[in-house]
Write a protein that binds this ligand. Structure first.
Ligand code: FAD
Ligand code: SF4
Length: 516
């Protein structure tokens, strides 16, 4: 996109996950004097080999956003992949040498690596760098750090309650509306044997010329990355992001809470919101999502149960903000943690879905087809397996960062390393989210289509999750025993004699050595 020859006062670098209509640096800038710089780089698509849909979401949204800015009178120096910019820092360095601005303006990046590289680049070029707080979030990193100060354990529930009070969300006379902070007992049901009935289909967005061009570019340059590029279903403009939110509120929110944790073969989306990518690239503001859900409940409480609405608000105002706080509190050291010392490589089927374990084949398959799997597939199927099988947390985190359309490191890393793998040693969760095949069987219909027998602990055709689960308990018995919530589970080990324990460990070794 064209720019004038004049030297800009400030260069406003807008990253692919900062496409905020209320971008704080733009709000403070002057289109007559300042210039926007946006960079598509091969490095961002390949430093983890990203799913083609993930790359397409970022690039299509960036190109639409830049077109919008230009229409609004901004000078936009936009570099496409075809311009051959290798990395964000080399692209910024070129611009600094060419334009010699007074300063670079940047909103806090969503990844420590990027913040570090861009800061260093400005230092090398002795150019001032002004970093703006990201006003997209409810809670600043400083406020989270204050909340965390002096606490032995960071418990999401307490953080969430404080935010509800502070932002006056779902509160009445200082108390939570409905009288409870948490409606988990009404939520998290499994489907009956018939499965989901009359499931609403998510809105499918039109692919316009800009998105079509991006899909062609991604296909030409990254067509060999694992995962399908089409059908492409994700919102990449502000208008479509609002439509995606509305589609969720109208059609899926009423049953969101109840089936939040359920899984069903061939139904990857169920009642989920499908807005995480739009939120994370900032096309959508979290307040808009929270307010829309509450407004729906206020207008029609019979159709929108408080349990569904509170469950949704908890994910956005609670988990999403908490996870971001943890990331910035503990990075960069956090990324290197490996609490259990796990080091097994990822089985090849993580890149194909080609495994005889049906739950994993379906969950990885959904991921590769859509760039999406819902929370419980990510946590209790794939993450659960990765923990029990002792996979290298670094490799697992890179996989999660590469395959989901909504993956940005501040949200991916604590969810994967902390919540799913318990590899951070207990920052995100006080105990590991691990389960045997019985949990997967209770929450899905995967086991009925599997060659393994979910009720068998060991021996031929026994579900691999079972031996792996009990072997994990045996290996980590002492440390897990310190958590009161694990003691009941560990008592089971006392009922088995040494032969049974040896059989479990032998089967677990076999599964780990020859991933099915
Ligand atoms: P819904 O399930 O409908 O939830 C609504 C919204 O709540 C989501 O859009 C999201 O913004 C928010 N939310 C829900 N749970 C979380 C959570 N644990 N952390 C932060 N926000 C949450 N989410 C990402 O946005 N990016 C990631 O890279 C990511 N990686 C994950 C990796 C693992 C191992 C796990 C267990 C979870 C991960 N999550 C991630 C959280 C969650 O799985 C996704 O936000 C959700 O599946 C996105 O789909 P949805 O929009 O349909 O969300
Ligand atoms: Fe997964 Fe075990 Fe069920 Fe097969 S039997 S689908 S491996 S939980």
């Amino acid at each position: 996109m064209s720019v004038t020859d004049s030297r800009p006062r400030n260069l406003i670098l807008i990253l692919g996950d900062q496409l905020d209509a209320k971008h704080p640096a733009l709000a403070a800038a002057d289109p007559a004097q300042d210039r926007v710089l946006m960079l598509e780089t091969a490095d961002e698509a390949t430093h983890v080999r990203s799913h083609p849909q993930r790359i397409a979401v970022f690039l299509a949204a960036m190109r639409h956003f830049a077109a919008r800015l230009q229409a609004d009178g901004w000078q936009v120096d936009y570099r496409k992949l075809s311009d051959g910019v290798e990395s964000l820092s080399s692209g910024l360095a070129n611009a600094l040498e060419r334009d010699t601005p007074d300063a670079v303006w940047l909103v806090e990046p969503g990844e420590w690596r990027v913040r570090d590289a861009l800061t260093q680049c400005c230092e090398r070029h002795t150019c001032a760098l002004r970093i703006f707080d990201d006003s997209h979030f409810y809670v600043t990193t400083e406020r989270f750090a204050q909340w965390a100060k002096g606490r032995k354990q960071l418990t999401m529930e307490y953080f969430y309650r404080e935010q509800r009070k502070h932002f006056d969300v779902l509160m009445e006379d200082g108390e939570p509306v409905g009288g409870a902070w948490n409606y988990d007992k009404d939520n998290r049901k499994a489907f009956s044997k018939k499965g989901p009935v009359d499931l609403p289909r998510p809105h499918k967005f039109d692919v316009d010329d800009i998105t079509r061009e991006v899909l062609d570019d991604v296909s030409a340059l990254f067509g060999d990355h694992a995962g399908r590029l089409t059908p492409f279903r994700w919102p990449v403009t502000r208008k479509d992001a609002l439509l995606a939110l509305d589609d969720f509120i109208q059609h899926r929110l009423p049953l969101y809470g109840r089936y939040q944790d359920a899984m069903w073969q061939g139904e990857p989306f169920l009642y989920h919101a499908l807005i995480a990518s739009a939120l994370n690239i900032k096309l959508l503001n979290p307040r808009e999502a929270v307010d829309a859900a509450i407004a729906a409940w206020q207008a029609d409480p019979d159709r929108y149960p408080i349990a569904a609405v509170e469950g949704f608000v908890r994910q956005i105002l609670g988990w999403r903000e908490f996870i971001r706080g943890v990331y910035w509190l503990h990075m960069p050291e956090y990324k290197t943690r490996n609490h259990y010392g796990h080091n097994a490589p990822l089985p090849d089927w993580f890149w194909s879905g080609d495994t005889t374990m049906n739950c994993l084949s379906q969950s990885v398959g959904d991921t590769l087809r859509n760039g999406y799997a819902h929370h419980i597939q990510r946590l209790m199927v794939i993450g659960n397996y990765a923990t029990l099988a002792g996979l290298d947390p670094g490799a697992v985190c890179d996989w999660y960062l590469s395959v989901y359309v909504d993956a940005v490191e501040w949200v991916e890393l604590p969810n994967t390393l902390g919540m799913a793998l318990h590899g951070d040693g207990g920052v995100v969760g006080s105990k590991p989210y691990v389960a045997s095949g019985a949990y997967i069987n209770r929450m899905s219909n995967y086991c009925s289509g599997c060659q393994f027998t979910v009720s068998k602990r060991t021996g031929d055709n026994a579900c691999p999750f079972n031996a792996l689960y009990w072997d994990f308990m045996i290996r980590n018995r002492e440390a897990l025993g310190r958590s009161p919530r694990m003691r009941m589970v560990l008592k089971n080990l006392d009922r088995w004699d040494s032969n049974e324990l040896a059989e479990i460990q032998g089967d677990a070794d076999r599964h780990r050595g020859h991933p099915e």
